[in-house]
Unconditional design. Sequence first.
Length: 113
Amino acid sequence: VQLQASGGGLVQAGGSLRLSCAASGIIFRHYTMGWYRQAPGKQRELVARISSGGITNYADSVKGRFTISRDNAKATVYLQMNSLKPEDTAVYYCNADRGYSFWGQGTQVTVSS
């Protein structure tokens, strides 16, 4: 199983980034896909997730700014991040869950003030 995250980088506050996570080795459409993040000195936290049926939920801190989506044909999950804030700075991890979880390697997002 491989979850390859990409799209991170350095952006100014108020800017946007789009993260992608391409999955292989799993039947993608069966999995709930999620994005988590971990800032230095903090625990990993859920950012957003999307079920196999397309139901989404978001952390309160990102509601209205971030959008998660999935393309089952491409076995890829996306996280569109708008109106970024310095507190969004973290390593973002892709997760595939079906009762048991697989994790990607993480991609760094840095938001400068």
